[in-house]
Design a protein around this ligand. Structure first.
Ligand SMILES: NC(=O)c1ccc[n+]([C@@H]2O[C@H](COP(=O)([O-])OP(=O)(O)OC[C@H]3O[C@@H](n4cnc5c(N)ncnc54)[C@H](O)[C@@H]3O)[C@@H](O)[C@H]2O)c1
Length: 271
């Protein structure tokens, strides 16, 4: 087993499900002690059992990332129990579908709290711990909508644009303490969040097939595809990389227009 993260402690928000859960498993396999910070306690504790059953080190911390006191308590208890953290992954996120003229103000504030303000809170509360480290890492999970607009999700796309801007600000302001801050921007990724969204359609599989035609690699990303880039940005494999975004989208953003049905070549299995 390789151990890129041996001796490191990683606090990962939103790690009870999807991309965060894949990241927690990968980090534990790479030798890190992982703290799963999430509002979903049952799923989070289940994942801790899975990781520890395979010899990994993990703990669960109940935490609503939109609440500064809860983020502070979660990060401080991580430090007290395991040391660190050396790595903070801000993965918790929510999406709302709806047009702006009908969008409730409370929903706007809640989504911004979970997707954006949470990053500010995690920096504030991890900072005293980062200051004691020679190297520290923040990886924020953005989206392809950190880079382009997407219809019917105005608060979400705004929040993901802000995730990238905040990533750049943190990278500049804290490079001097050895903190590198980067963003991973997933494309269409097969997680419970995506499934919940698709399940509002009468034929979710058909909707996914149609959406994936827009992806040059002709498949949805898997949570582990995203986790691997988060790992890269959380260790010295990415030495020198800060304030940037890695887009993991199967080529989605590379094309202004795309329909896989028009491909002149075929036959390669991209899974
Ligand atoms: N799935 C996709 O297609 C996709 C694409 C681009 C970006 N993303 C981003 O990836 C990240 C992870 O999404 P996912 O697809 O794995 O979703 P998911 O729904 O499977 O996981 C999200 C996790 O965040 C947790 N969470 C939600 N609100 C929280 C809060 N207030 N405090 C703490 N935890 C909270 C949930 O309980 C859940 O465990 C999100 O930031 C999302 O915006 C996902």
């Amino acid at each position: 087993m390789s151990a890129r993260l041996a001796g490191k402690v990683a606090w990962i928000s939103g790690a009870a499900s999807g991309i965060g859960a894949a990241t927690a498993k990968l980090f534990a396999a790479e030798g890190a002690t992982v703290v799963i910070a999430d509002v979903c306690e049952d799923e989070g504790r289940q994942l801790v059992s899975e990781i520890t059953a395979t010899g990994g080190k993990a703990g669960f911390s109940p935490c609503d990332v939109s609440n500064s006191e809860q983020v502070q308590a979660s990060i401080d208890s991580t430090a007290a129990q395991f040391g660190g953290p050396d790595i903070v992954v801000n993965c918790a996120g929510i999406v709302h579908v709806g047009l702006l003229h009908e969008y409730p103000e409370d929903d706007w504030d809640h989504l911004m709290g979970v997707n954006v303000k949470s990053i500010y809170f995690s920096l504030v509360h991890a900072f005293p711990h980062f200051q004691k480290k020679r190297r520290s890492y923040i990886v924020n999970v953005g989206s392809i909508s950190s880079h382009v607009g997407q219809r019917s999700t105005p608060a979400y796309t705004t929040s993901k644009g802000a995730v990238l801007s905040l990533t750049q600000s943190i990278a500049l302001d804290y490079a001097a303490i050895g903190l590198r801050c980067n963003c991973v921007s997933p494309g269409i990724t097969d997680t419970p969040m995506l499934r919940e969204h698709l399940n509002t359609a009468s034929d979710p599989d058909e909707v996914l097939r149609q959406r994936v035609r827009r992806v040059p690699m002709n498949r949805a990303m898997q949570p582990d595809d995203i986790a691997r880039s988060i790992l890269y940005l959380s260790c010295e494999d990415s030495a020198g990389v800060t304030g940037t975004s890695i887009v993991v989208d199967g080529g989605y953003l590379a094309a202004a227009e795309w329909d896989t049905a028009d491909d002149s070549l075929s036959g390669v299995d991209n899974t």
